[in-house]
Design a protein around this ligand. Sequence first.
Ligand code: NAP
Length: 280
Amino acid sequence: MEILKGAEVSARMKEQVLDAMKQYEGDPPMLAIVRVGEKPDDLSYERGAMKKMESFGFRARSYAFPEGIPDAEFRNAFQAINADPGVAGILVLLPLPKQIDSSAVAAMIDPKKDLDGISPVNMAKVFAGDASGYAPCTAEAVVEVLKAYEIPISGRRAVIVGRSLVVGKPLSMLLLKENATVTVCHTRTVDLPAVCRQAEILVAAAGKARLLDGSYVGDGAVVIDVGIHVDADGKLCGDVDFESVRERASMATPVPGGVGTVTTAVLAKHLARAAGVLTE
Ligand code: NAP
C-alpha cells in the first residue's frame, strides 16, 4: 500500500504560492484567526495555521475573545475585523460558544474573506459547482490529495462516511464536480461496511476513532482519512484503522501526516486568492 503524504501535497502548493508571490507587490496578505475561548484543539489548530501562513510568506494574527463574551459584543468586534481593509481573509474557529449566534456570524462574514466557506454565499457556490467561491478547506484538501497523486476521480465510485456541513456534504459536491459517482453515508446507513466496500475512493469523515477497519475496504481502494483523534495512549489517530486496511487498500493517507497538513495549505491558497496573489 502506498502512503499518501500530506507534506508532499502541501509542499507543492507552497511552491505554487511562493512562485506567484514573486510577482506580488505590497505587504504580505494577512489572515485573521478569530477564536472564542481557549479550547486546546483550537489553540493547536491556530498554532499550526499561523506557522503555515508564515511558511507561505503570509501574515496571520489571532483575534482571541473570552469564552463568555456576549453575542452582541462579539458581533461588533467581528464586524470590525470583517471591515478591516488590512485583513485579506478570515478563519473563524468553530464551534463558537452557544451564546453566540453562529449562523448570524456565517451570514455576516464577507464572502470574499470567508476562506473556510462558512458563508451561505460560498456554500451555494460549492453546491452550484461554481469555483469562484471558497469551499471548506478540509473538503477541498481531500480533492487536492487525490489530484496531487494523480488518482483518477472521474467515473469512479466514491463513498464518503459523514454528512457534516464542513466535510461530508461539501466534499460530495466537490467530488461530483470531478464526475465521481458519490454515495454519502451517515449513522442511519444500513450495512455501512458493505456500502464502503463498493468504494474505489473511500473517505472517512465520521469523527469516530478507527471506525473503519479492513472489513470496510474493497480490494485496491484509495482510502482518505479526515478524522483526527487523540487515543487512550495519547497518540493521534484517524477514523481509519490504518494498520488493518494495509492489506486491502492500494493507497491511504496516514494520521497524522495526511489530510490535516493539506487543510492548512488550502487555507493559505485561499488567502492567496483572496489577496489576488493567485487567480485560481
Ligand atoms: P461531525 O460534524 O461530528 O459529523 C460526523 C458525521 O459522521 C455525521 O454525519 C454522522 O452521521 C457520521 N457518523 C458518525 N458516526 C458514524 C457511524 N458510526 N457510522 C456512519 N456515520 C457516522 O464531524 P465533522 O466535523 O464532519 O468531522 C469529521 C472528522 O474530521 C472528525 O474526526 C474531525 O476531527 C475531523 N476533521 C478534520 C479536519 C482536518 O483538517 N483534517 C477538519 C475538520 C474536521 P449523522 O449525520 O447521522 O449523525
